[in-house]
Design a protein around this ligand. Structure first.
Ligand code: SF4
Length: 365
């Protein structure tokens, strides 16, 4: 019988195993702390278990972890990790330093079911959902690569995949990331889940307690059907915005709307004016993301003047609006650039004198 992977078990499943082994209940909590707080990968390191218990545990179980295959470092300090999974598939996480923050952008699926036309991940199609421990594993593996005094401070579920298309695993991962007794102790305020707009599942985000970001990218259904056809045909703009208005926002929290600016597709002054109207009555901020171009994609990045004009219109109408700096463009680590398509693998390499021009990535922007 193959050994049990302790990190693949939920807290309840581990408690059941501990019962089966006739161990005291507190043993489950001890093990969980070793897994998530000490981040060990070797059962022998569980020094508050007796030698006999460790020997027994090691005979029946193991601690799985994501192997690190490649780290691509950008000139701006962003790092992209490419993790191989046990079935040979690969996922990517991006670590983004910004002043006193260190944000890790997590993947939730290998590929994506949706087909947003500005996204490299969407072109891969869905290969499979990640399991909860593979989502948490990205945090554990990234943190192991960092010095002890450099903790990851924020998490964004904006990497490869649509988190709400894999909601059960994401919810279980959030439980482990936020548990204050034995888990990774992240405050839910420091975690943001970004959805392309699976409106019927926003309630689940409220239950998780994390921040909600919505990748909007269009101001009419016609436009959104062109840019994000799969999601908008099921949840058109009016359904999505109604679900956002019904979202039970906690005091002092806001929704984030992300808007990838695509030259000639959604970046006109009329778009900005329509966006102002759509946002009426919503407690929110807007992140504008000038498109990160990548080979084979027809979309283009608007000029800086156009981006600033778009922002100015929103601000004039009282909307708090930021232009997101693209980080990691030289390592395909920016929004919309996550994906390991065979025909772009040549671009996934550390920057050097012959590196390709910066290219854009993600996911929910
Ligand atoms: S933007 Fe997000 S939802 Fe759309 S295809 Fe990319 S990963 Fe999927």
């Amino acid at each position: 019988m193959s050994p049990i992977d302790l990190i693949a078990l939920s807290a309840d499943e581990l408690a059941a195993r501990v019962r089966d082994w006739d161990w005291p209940r507190y043993r489950a909590r001890q093990i969980l702390r070793w897994l998530y707080q000490a981040r060990i990968t070797d059962i022998a390191a569980m020094t508050d278990l007796s030698h006999a218990d460790r020997t027994r545990l090691a005979a029946e179980a193991r601690i799985g972890s994501l192997a690190q295959s490649e780290v691509l470092a950008s000139e701006d300090g962003t790092r992209k990790f490419i993790f191989p999974l046990e079935d040979g598939k690969r996922i990517e996480s991006v670590l983004i330093p910004d002043e006193d923050r260190l944000t890790l952008c997590l993947s939730t699926q290998v590929g994506c079911t949706l087909d947003c036309t500005f996204c490299l991940t969407g072109q891969m199609g869905l290969q499979r959902n990640l399991k909860a421990h593979e989502i948490v594993g990205q945090v554990l593996a990234a943190q192991r690569l960092l010095p002890e005094d450099r903790p990851i401070t924020n998490l964004v579920l904006m990497g490869m995949g649509e988190p709400l298309a894999n909601a059960a695993a994401v919810e279980e991962a959030i439980r482990r990331l936020t548990n204050q007794t034995w888990g990774l102790c992240f405050s839910p305020r420091r975690i943001t889940l970004s959805t392309a707009g699976l409106s019927s599942r926003l309630k689940q985000v409220a239950r998780m307690g994390v921040n909600l970001a919505v990748s909007l990218n269009a101001t009419t259904n016609e436009q959104r059907n062109r840019l994000m056809p799969a999601v908008n045909k099921v949840y058109p703009l009016e359904t999505l915005l109604a679900a956002c208005r019904a979202f039970p926002l906690k005091p002092r929290r806001r929704l984030t709307f992300e808007y990838v600016l695509l030259a000639g597709a959604n970046d006109t002054e009329q778009d900005a004016a329509r966006l102002v109207k759509l946002m009426r009555g919503l407690r929110c901020k807007i992140n504008l993301i000038p498109f990160n171009e990548f080979p084979g994609n027809p979309h283009r990045r608007p000029s800086d003047e156009r981006v600033l004009r778009f922002q100015a219109i929103l601000i004039q109408h009282g909307l708090e609006t930021y232009i997101r700096k693209s980080k990691g463009r030289d390592i395909l680590g920016a929004c919309g650039q996550l994906g390991t398509l065979p025909d772009v693998s040549v671009l996934v390499r550390p920057p050097g004198p012959h590196s390709p021009q910066p290219i854009p990535i993600h996911s929910h922007a």
